[in-house]
Each structure stands twice: as C-alpha cells, then as structure tokens.
Ligand binder design. Sequence first.
Ligand code: HEM
Length: 455
Amino acid sequence: MPMATISPPLPRLEAAPGPVGLVNGLRNLRAFQRDILGFLGHLARKYGDFVQFDFGPFRTYFANHPDLLHQILVEEAAKYYKTSLTKTLLQPFLGEGLLVNDGEPWKRQRKLIQPAFHAARVAAYADTMVAYAQRAVAEWQPGQMRWIDHDMMTLTLDIVIKTLFGEQLTPQEREAVGQAVDIGQKQVGDGFKTLFRMPDWVPTPARRRGEWATRVINDVIARFIAHYRQTRHDRGDLLAMMLAAVDEDGGMSDAQARDEAFTLIVAGHETTANTLTWAWYLLSQHPQAEAALHAELDRVLGRRAPTFADLPALTFTEAIIKETLRLYPAAYIVAREPQEDVCVGRYAVLRGRPILIAPYITHRDPRWFDEPNAFKPERWLGDLEKSLPKLAYLPFGGGPRICIGNAFAMMEARLILATVAQRFRLSLAPGQRVEVEPLVTLRPRHGMPMVVHVR
Ligand code: HEM
C-alpha cells in the first residue's frame, strides 16, 4: 500500500500585538505627533518585532526585525508599493519621480537612470566633490561661527547640480532652492502627522508656500533644459542622458524628466548634508574619534587633497560616516503598502495597510549593536558588517528600491569629511541645544552653529 504523504502544517497566522481600538488610536496619534521616534521605540520595546497600532482610525503596522525587513524589502518586494500617504504628500513636489513611482513605470525609469550611478561614473565625480569642498572652506576663518547645516546643504546641492546636471546655480537660485527644500520638508513632515487634510483646491497658506517651492525648483530645471537644448553638445551627464531619452520615441516624457530631475536634486543633497552635519556634531563631542580621524588623514594624505584612489585607505573616515548613519539615518522611516493580503513572518496584513520600517529604531537595537546609543566608529573596522543579520543596518534601505545614490553619497560624505577635516576642527557653539527634528529626513531642530578652528 502506498504510504500516505503528510503535507506540512499550514503556518498559523496570528494577529500582531499592539495598541488598537478607538481610545488607543487617539492616544497613538497624539504620541506620534509629539515624538515619532520615542513612540516607535516604545512600541518596539513593549510589543516586539511586529506591532499593529491604530493611528487615529487607521490600522498601521511597524516591523522591527531584520528578517521581516528582508522579507518586505527584498524577498517579496514585488508585493509592495510606496504608501498612499507618501504619494499624497510627496507627489505635489516630486510628481512621478523614482522615489514615489511604482510597478512597471518605476522599473523602466530606474533602468534608464541607473547608468548615471554605475561605479565608474560615480568615481568620475570624485574630483568635483573635492574641488567644491575646498572652495566651500576657502573663506573659513579661525574663531568664526558658521551654520554648518546650511554650509553642508549648499555644498552638497552645488555638487549634485554639477555632477548630475553639468550646471551651476546662481547665488539667488541657491538661496531660493534652500528655502524651497525647507518649505517642502516642513509641509511633508507635518503632513505625516495629521489625519485630516483640506481638499486640494483650498489655497491654504501652507499650500501656497508649497506651490512657490515647487515653482522655484521647476524654474531651475527649466533653465537647465533650455540651456541643454540650445547647446546640445554631448556632455554625458544625467540630464543629457534623460533628455536624449525624451527625444527617443517611447523614451521618457518631458514631464517625467522634470519629475526625475526634481527628485534627484532634492533626494541627492539633503540626505548627505544631514549626514555630514551630524558627523561634525558627533566628532565635536568625541575628541578621541576626532583625533583618530586626524591621524588617519595625516598619515594617508598629509597635505595633499584626497582622491578617489585614497578611499580604500581612509577606513576610519568611512567608519565615522557609517556610525553617523547608524545613529542618525537621514531616512529614519521608510514605509510600504502591500498590494495584496500578505503574511509578514507569522502575521497577517490586509492589502493596503501601511507597514512602517524605522532604521533609526533598528539601528539602536541592542540585539545587533552593543552600546547601541554610543558613538563608536571603531565598531565598523572589524567584520561587524559581515556578522550582522541582513538589514539590521539599512541606512540606504534594501532590495530593488535601495537608494540609487548609495555609492554616490558614501563617496561624497567621505571626501567632504576628509577635505574639511584636513584643515579644520569644528566645535559646537557654546550653549547650543541639539535635538533631532524628524521631518522627511532627520534634521537638527535648532540648526548646527559651530565654531571653526584651524588644525
Ligand atoms: C546619506 C545619504 C542618503 C541616504 C541616507 C539615503 C537614503 C535613501 C533610502 C533609505 C532610500 C530608500 C527609500 C525606500 O525604500 O522607501 C533612498 C532612495 C532613493 N535615493 Fe537616497 N539616500 C541618500 C543619498 C542619495 C543621493 C546622493 C541620491 C542621488 C544623487 C539619492 C537618490 C535617491 C533616489 C532617487 C531614491 C529612490 C530610488 C528608487 O525607489 O528606485 N539618495 N535613499
């Protein structure tokens, strides 16, 4: 008689633990509005690796185990889109750019843009990054107080405009783009915390400011496009590549090229500037790490400018950036919405319910990092990265939608840190309060005024 085959038991699905229901929903909303990071940290500590909570009336999930993050972002990435809220808030600015696009249109655009971020291409940007960093500090004087957050923002903005678009901003454009990004940050950051929105046609002051901000950046992009169309010489930058695709049949529409340019200008400077700002702050608070950085720069570079070829030897410089991104990941939350009913681990989640992932919380989990709140760049010098579970460290996200500018940003941050720290030390302005402000990215709430010292 044939043996009966026993099929494996179906996985037993469970409801995730967490504070749900009307009263909790309102309480969660208030806690989220008051302190997003504190609230998510509390959920993780109290309920574990996969939590459900009501956000007002909306059921929301929070995943906080690397295996679950891997399942969502990598293994089953095709089942998930960006959340509806992300789209509602970001589309007025970014249109259908890479960051908010989904499905087949996203895949096509990512393929078209990816070549600008291939390793050889990115390496060619190194000299511009160093030259611009040198130019930015040329006027720095000992004893001068500088808003380092603003300085880093201007520097990384100039770099992304030059490397990807082959252009330069006028001082007025630079100032206006800075203000436009601030407005966008505030508006989108506030939008994440509110449940009820005025209908789109109501011209609230915030909306008018948002429209002004969009116009400022659109005007800059329109100028770049007009300039390219007049000269049309093959410059080989990303803008030229995108506009060549516009001109090809079935390539990219004009509107799509605008959306991609807008996305890359904003996503391509703000995050790296924040990372550098936090790095300068952390170094100012940790003299031993600062001394180790200086020793490395003196040994590897002496007084000559860093180049792409020096990067492998600048291991401590890299460790500082990695540790900064662990403690202050600029993209402190990413979110996904399943397009079908899914199981995350052993938990069922219905289609359309948002799932939050918080690198800020995962990066401070004592299961993966000892002394998780301490700034210890040296932890990255050994083989920590190899021994970590996949996605326990995810400052650039993971899976097919991993940050397209990952290598660009890591190179830029290291080269700027090295170029500036070769000549200068920065100390926090006396009496300055430092607090994180989680908007779209993780900014210092009161800015970062620092005093310049010549080394
Ligand atoms: C330290 C700097 C940076 C950090 C921490 C960062 C972080 C991230 C993260 C976490 C994502 C994934 C978001 C998600 O999965 O929902 C992302 C996506 C993205 N980033 Fe970055 N980023 C940085 C720098 C850059 C730079 C320099 C550029 C471009 C020059 C860039 C362009 C983008 C774009 C276009 C996407 C969307 C990619 C897609 O969905 O296909 N980022 N970034």
